[in-house]
Write a protein that binds this ligand. Structure first.
Ligand SMILES: NC(=O)c1ccc[n+]([C@@H]2O[C@H](COP(=O)([O-])OP(=O)(O)OC[C@H]3O[C@@H](n4cnc5c(N)ncnc54)[C@H](OP(=O)(O)O)[C@@H]3O)[C@@H](O)[C@H]2O)c1
Length: 243
C-alpha cells in the first residue's frame, strides 16, 4: 500500500478540478484524475505528470453507477485505499433556467450529476476511505446554493442568476452532505463543503473573475485539514458561508 496520500478528484480534466489535482499533487500526493472522456483525461494526466505530479487516470462518469463501481475497483488495485475524495464534477444544465420556463429534464440532469453523482461516487469510495488513517471528503458546492444568500436583501449581487436547477442542486448537495456528516459522526472522516468563488471556467463561459488556481485553494485547504479540523461546515476563502 502506498505511503503517499491518495486522493481522487472528480471532474479533474479541466477548470477548478484540474487545479485541485495540481495543488494536491504538488504536496507529493498520488492523484487519481477522475474524468469521463478518455482523451481529456489522458491529456490532464500527462500535463500533471509533466509538472512532476504522480497522477493516474480514473475513468469516471459520476452519473453512471457502473462507472463509479469500476473507478473504486481501479483505485483499490492501484492504491489499496483512498485518503481524500474531492467531489468536484458538476454541470449547470445551461442558462437561462428560470423556474417558470425550465424544462423539467434540465433539473433532472443537473441533480443526477451534481447531487446523485456525489452520493454515487462517495458511496463507491467509502470502503476505501474507511481504510485511511485520516479520511477527508470535500464537496465542491457554491454560495449560490446558500438559502440565506438566496433569501437575503443582496441576492441579486451575491446569489447568482435565478436558476431552477443549478443553484438548488447545490442547496440539495449541501443538505445531503449534512446527512453524511450526521451518519458518519463518530468516525474519523471529516466532510466539508467548499465554494471556490466566481471563477473563470467553461461552467460560466469564462465570465468568472477568479483564476481556477484561486478557486482550487479552498478545496486544497479542506482536503488537508488536521485531525481536529472542522467537519460539517461550508467554507469559502473568506471563512464560513451561511447555509
Ligand atoms: N466556476 C465557478 O465560478 C464556480 C462557482 C461556484 C462553484 N463552482 C463549482 O466548482 C466545481 C468545478 O467547476 P468548474 O468551474 O471548474 O467547471 P468546469 O470547468 O465546467 O469543469 C467541470 C468538470 O466536471 C466534469 N463533469 C461534468 N459532468 C460530469 C460527469 N457526469 N462525470 C464526470 N465528470 C463530469 C467536467 O468534465 P467534461 O470536461 O467531461 O465535461 C469537468 O471536468 C463545480 O462543482 C462547480 O459547481 C464553480
Amino acid at each position: 500500500m502506498s505511503e503517499r496520500t491518495i486522493a481522487l478528484v472528480t471532474g479533474a480534466n479541466k477548470g477548478i478540478g484540474y487545479e485541485i489535482a495540481a495543488g494536491l499533487g504538488a504536496l507529493g500526493w498520488s492523484i487519481g484524475v477522475g474524468a469521463r472522456d478518455e482523451q481529456r483525461r489522458n491529456a490532464a494526466v500527462e500535463k500533471l505528470r509533466a509538472a512532476g505530479v504522480q497522477a493516474f487516470g480514473v475513468p469516471l462518469d459520476v452519473s453512471d453507477d457502473a462507472s463509479a463501481t469500476a473507478a473504486a475497483q481501479l483505485i483499490e488495485e492501484q492504491a489499496g485505499r483512498l485518503d481524500v475524495l474531492v467531489n468536484n464534477a458538476a454541470i449547470t444544465g445551461g442558462m437561462p433556467q428560470e423556474p417558470t420556463g425550465v424544462d423539467p429534464a434540465t433539473i433532472r440532469t443537473v441533480v443526477e450529476t451534481n447531487v446523485i453523482g456525489v452520493v454515487r461516487v462517495t458511496n463507491a469510495m467509502l470502503p476505501l476511505l474507511r481504510r485511511s488513517a485520516a479520511p477527508r471528503i470535500v464537496n465542491m458546492s457554491s454560495s449560490v446554493g446558500s438559502l440565506t444568500r438566496q433569501s437575503g436583501p443582496d441576492a441579486e449581487q451575491t446569489a447568482g442568476p435565478v436558476s431552477a436547477a443549478y443553484a438548488p442542486s447545490k442547496t440539495f448537495l449541501n443538505a445531503v452532505t449534512l446527512q453524511y456528516v450526521r451518519e458518519l459522526s463518530g468516525t474519523n472522516i471529516l466532510i466539508n463543503v467548499g465554494c471556490p468563488g466566481y471563477v473563470a471556467t467553461d461552467l460560466n463561459g469564462f465570465r468568472g473573475v477568479r483564476t481556477p488556481e484561486q478557486g482550487a485553494a479552498i478545496a486544497i485547504k479542506l482536503a488537508t485539514l488536521p485531525d481536529d479540523g472542522p467537519t460539517g461546515q461550508f467554507f469559502d476563502d473568506a471563512g464560513v458561508v451561511p447555509w
